[in-house]
Design a protein around this ligand. Sequence first.
Ligand code: FAD
Length: 498
Amino acid sequence: MSGLVMPELDTKTLSRRAEIVDALRDIVPGEGVIADENSMRVFESDGLTAYKTLPFVVVLPETVQQVADVMRYCGEQGIRVVPRGSGTSLSGGALPLGDAVLLVMSRFNRILEIDYDNRCAVVQPGVTNLGITHAVQERGFYYAPDPSSQIACSIGGNVAENSGGVHCLKYGLTSNNVIGVELVTIDGEIMRIGGKHLESEGYDLLGVITGSEGLLGVVTEVTVRILQKPETARALLIGFPTSEDAGQCVAEIISEGIIPGGMEMMDKPAIHAAEDFVHAGYPLDVEALLIVELDGPEAEVDYLIGRVEEIAKRNKSTTLRVSQSEDERNTFWAGRKAAFPAVGRISPDYYCMDGTIPRRQLPVVLARMRELSDHYNLRVANVFHAGDGNLHPLILYDANVPGELEKTEEFGADILRLCVEVGGVLTGEHGVGVEKRDLMPSMFTEADLEQQQRVKCAFDPDHLLNPGKMFPQLHRCAELGRMHVHKGQVPFPDLPRF
Ligand SMILES: Cc1cc2nc3c(=O)[nH]c(=O)nc-3n(C[C@H](O)[C@H](O)[C@H](O)COP(=O)(O)OP(=O)(O)OC[C@H]3O[C@@H](n4cnc5c(N)ncnc54)[C@H](O)[C@@H]3O)c2cc1C
């Protein structure tokens, strides 16, 4: 691991391995516990493959009761637990620890209920994102958040990472589309938060759980909204002589009150890589390409296409094509959707960053990124969820060249600091995990981080769930609960103390 410091291994747990494995086998019988080194290798990493650790033991429960029993056992015995869905996290959220049970939720793969009257589906967390759409599409419905990894990533992982995708600009992120979860805490309690009803009473705990990266509990059931497919969807492919022009076009489309179903941008290296790979018909003589999708009733879509064309021309677009069929629309998207693997063909390795900026800052950030690229002597290909201001710079490197991974990580950290500097945030949709953990202080003060850890302490006071992720430094929960008494004066002396 390149300089990544993880929590010290708990020697007491390590010394009791055989006994712990036996106890877990009692809870999850059959093939649900994997303890031999070779079989555990497939779990040693997630989508952030730069980091690898062999798990202590892998457990694949099949029932909620098994999850609760594993969690209660681990909680009582002080054993760490790392939840895992499909392992596609790009921030190392599911990176195993050498002394932690890796709790893999992939056997929770059933759609439990489809309730068209309430326009929702109740699913187990191991169901893939696309699996939900497949289950409801024959009735003309779909699940809106669409990460590019949707064929593989699990809805439990989506909840943990608050995942997004092309259509989230108009239809919202996971947090806007999940209305209920069942969660098992580290003491084995099974909690239900939210449900089919639209408003829940009390604090917005669903908002706390969504994006909690496996640090608060293990999600064992998810209730999601399902939406009716729009009547029409058409896409525009628009080329620009500079990224600045494309960025300005994006800003003007939004400021004129148009919310496209999706609005994505690619820079020249990404356009060329994607075109070579899937032959989507992208123009190769442009510096930036926008794909703008408009959806809704046909008349509205036709009208909006006209308005987007006007805005594009005003912003010096040099090519503009409107999809004339569903096949053509899919072809426009095929290149964008294959952009990551396409870039994988032009470089031995790439490192995918994920930060968010105010849309207006796009030209500034792109220019600074070019300077950084020269400084580090590393190429970058850029794909963005342009409408959301969510950047995905792909830094191209070769892990076999000594020092190049470290240089890439420094470059990536500079990009994320730049996002914060221009008023944006460290994350977009890939979570903090281990990747951005040590950069958290560039965005949050110590007081902010302590406050966030108080939430963690309310669910997991011994920090047994996914430690080493998200927080650069863990405080003992007792320490966070301390009260500072200055010269014998307690704060708020009128409040009763107990
Ligand atoms: C090629 C590629 C493209 C991608 N594109 C996108 C994209 O467009 N948008 C996007 O948002 N992401 C994208 N991702 C990232 C990734 O797919 C998402 O973060 C996804 O939500 C992870 O789901 P998973 O099931 O693989 O979770 P994992 O990787 O297994 O785990 C991710 C995190 O969730 C926690 N977790 C998993 N399951 C549970 C559970 N049941 N209960 C509690 N915690 C749990 C883990 O502890 C970990 O912290 C992409 C990844 C790849 C490899």
